[in-house]
Design a binder for this molecule. Structure first.
Ligand code: NDP
Length: 600
């Protein structure tokens, strides 16, 4: 199709035939990628593939004595959600807090992901939680992974969250004991302890997934998933450029999502040959990373992080704000532009305004590729043809440039993925590519039902499981508590409102949990559980305010946002967005809401 552009007139209006042409192109690209097996196309790293999930960073202890004590709180997950919840529970006065994680230490996704180039593409000043309280100055606007992991460790140490924690351990059962007023906690290492409070923060990306490529198990070369990087094979070390083990290797990176685009430029100079295997191109916008200015940092006024986070949230979800403190390309993504266009007085229908802003943004991103990538065929294949929010936007000032190297080649599968793997390499469109190393940058299980995401059998009053309770639809108050499951709090994206700055979401939720627990303790340790009316009202609000994204997502290229091209009918997010959601929850607390959930 070449690098064609469907352009606008200079006043931002579009000719109907151009609009139709672009819609048509998007549909054709989507249709190439739709597969009947949808989310079932991926493989879990179990059975013959189990070693793909092994922990390269620390060995699980061979055996340990089961833990059988009683703690105030158990927190499932020691990523930023679990850590921030732990911090707020500590502030609420709890003495014994136990984080449990399958990883060997705290950090969650930042514990696992240590691949070359790993960094956060959300600004570190708003991403790193509790930065004013616990922090050191981030080195850069977009901090590298090792620094983010260190920040997680600092939070753990500051709030003494490691001492009682259990690592290399998975909670398998959580059963409410009505008589004792406590949760009985079982783990895969034979622990059987009790806790008064439970926080579930298993994270959206807690399980790596592998592509369902026929013959994947036949490959006899070396292979690993990006979240389990093998420095023993590649040489080098995390955060230090240079991977001498790749100097004589033919390397393939499969996957061009946010991870793939960070890995490719980081290892490109070191590989004998690097093939980037693409199924769908990401949108790749400018990143504009820069070192932190110590003078600016020193001059920040107390409360700055909340203000900066809220300003970003307002811009990214609402489109307009008085100022733009972060000023990055997230604050210029297509929906933000759409909202700006809507309030610009053109009088356009909101859906059309959003679509036109999207096309303009995507045209710019496609043009950027053509400017950077020298080979026109490669540049054309790297162009994304879908609306920007069909997939997670990506940002890099190095990825596209890597294709101008002589040792880097794009293998575009035209939406079909790798055809099969042989003992010696990959086959794409009938052509075999011999490989020494295959790196799967194929992401994580997403879209798993929240009642099973934690991986534990959760049973509340009368032995009813969370899965049973939610069989006819999720039921929560503000997404964090459910009737029949006293003192059990869920962090994440269920029946609340999320944003790309996920740690901000987690901190708002944790603050709420901490405030309610502090009050429960003040009242003598009464139980936290929503009344029927309060829960019913919130479920009704979720339904009434739902923003129906199905039509938009059905037009999208497949990905985890739309369950691989099969979007769900019902949305469980609060349609008013996170700014309104946070206000609702704060007002609820200020106006006696806690009385609704605290039984005397
Ligand atoms: P993604 O799920 O976003 O990407 C997986 C990639 O693998 C896609 O390009 C996908 O293609 C490709 N793929 C899957 N199956 C095949 C196949 N059979 N053949 C060829 N290619 C295949 O995973 P990531 O790890 O990149 O990112 C996951 C999430 O982690 C991100 O969305 C982001 O939220 C987070 N992240 C955040 C970062 C940050 O800086 N904040 C950095 C890295 C990750 P297709 O698109 O066609 O499905």
């Amino acid at each position: 199709m070449g690098q064609q552009q469907h352009t606008t007139a200079t006043d931002g209006t579009w000719r109907p035939e151009d609009l139709e042409a672009i819609r048509d192109r998007y549909r054709r690209e989507r249709d190439k990628r739709i597969r009947p097996d949808g989310t079932a196309q991926y493989l879990r790293p179990t059975g013959d593939l189990a070693s793909y999930a092994d922990d390269p960073w620390s060995d699980p202890p061979a055996a340990r004595e089961p833990v059988t004590d009683a703690v105030d709180a158990v927190v499932l997950g020691a990523g930023f959600g679990g850590l921030v919840a732990g911090a707020h529970l500590r502030k609420a006065g709890l003495a014994s807090i136990r984080l449990v994680d399958t990883a060997g230490d705290v950090g969650g996704t930042w514990y696992w992901n240590r691949y070359p180039g790993v960094a956060c593409d959300i600004e570190s000043y708003i991403y790193l939680p509790l930065l004013e309280e616990v922090g050191e100055m981030p080195s850069r606007k977009y901090a590298p992974g090792a620094e983010i992991r260190r920040h997680a460790e600092l939070i753990a140490d500051h709030f003494d969250l490691r001492r009682q924690s259990l690592f290399h351990t998975e909670v398998t059962s959580l059963h409410w004991d009505d008589e004792a007023g406590r949760w009985k906690v079982g783990t895969d290492r034979g622990d059987a302890f009790t806790a008064r409070y439970v926080v579930v923060s298993s994270g959206p990306f807690n399980r790596p997934k592998l592509p369902g490529i026929p013959g994947i198990e036949n490959f006899v070369g070396h292979a690993f998933h990006t979240s389990r990087w093998d420095y023993g094979y590649t040489g080098g070390a995390e955060g230090v450029a240079g991977y001498p083990g790749l100097a004589d290797k033919r390397v393939a990176v499969i996957g061009t999502g946010a991870t793939g685009i960070q890995v490719v430029p980081a290892i490109a100079p070191d590989c004998r040959e690097l093939l980037v295997v693409q199924r769908t191109p990401s949108t790749v916008d400018r990143r504009d990373d820069e070192p932190t200015d110590p003078g600016w940092w020193a001059g920040l006024e107390p409360g700055w992080q909340r203000r900066r986070r809220e300003n970003f949230l307002q811009l990214v979800t609402g489109g307009v704000a008085d100022e733009n403190l972060v000023g990055d390309q997230w604050t210029d993504i297509a929906p933000v532009r759409g909202r700006r266009r809507m309030v610009s007085g053109r009088g356009e229908d909101p859906a059309l305004a959003a679509e036109l802003a999207d096309h303009e943004k995507m045209n710019e991103l496609r043009a950027r590729i053509a400017e950077i990538v020298a080979d026109p065929e490669t540049a054309a294949a790297l162009q994304p043809w879908y609306r920007q929010m069909c997939k997670r936007p990506a940002f890099s000032d190095r990825y596209l440039q890597a294709f101008n190297r002589d040792n880097v080649a794009l293998v575009d599968t035209d939406g079909l993925g790798v055809e099969r793997m042989t003992s010696g390499g990959l086959v794409v469109a009938g052509v075999e590519y011999p490989m020494d190393l295959v790196i799967f940058a194929t992401g994580f299980e997403a879209g798993v039902d929240p009642s099973v995401r934690a991986g534990a059998d959760i049973r509340g009053r009368n032995g009813i499981s969370l899965e049973e309770y939610w069989a006819d639809g999720l039921r929560t108050l503000h997404g964090w508590v459910s009737r029949g499951f006293p003192n059990l709090f869920q962090l994440g994206s269920t029946q609340n409102a999320v944003s790309v700055n996920f740690t901000h979401v987690l901190e708002e939720q944790s603050e709420n949990v901490g405030a309610v627990v502090a009050e429960a303790e003040r009242r003598g340790g009464v139980l936290v559980e929503p009344g029927q009316e309060a829960e019913d009202a919130w479920v009704a609000t979720i339904r009434e305010r739902a923003v129906h994204m199905q039509a938009f997502l059905a037009e999208c290229t497949p990905g985890y946002y739309n369950y691989e091209g099969q979007p769900k009918k019902r949305t469980e997010a609060f349609g008013g967005g996170p700014v309104e959601f946070n206000t609702i929850v704060r007002q609820w607390r200020a106006n006696g809401g806690m009385d609704e959930v605290l039984s005397s």
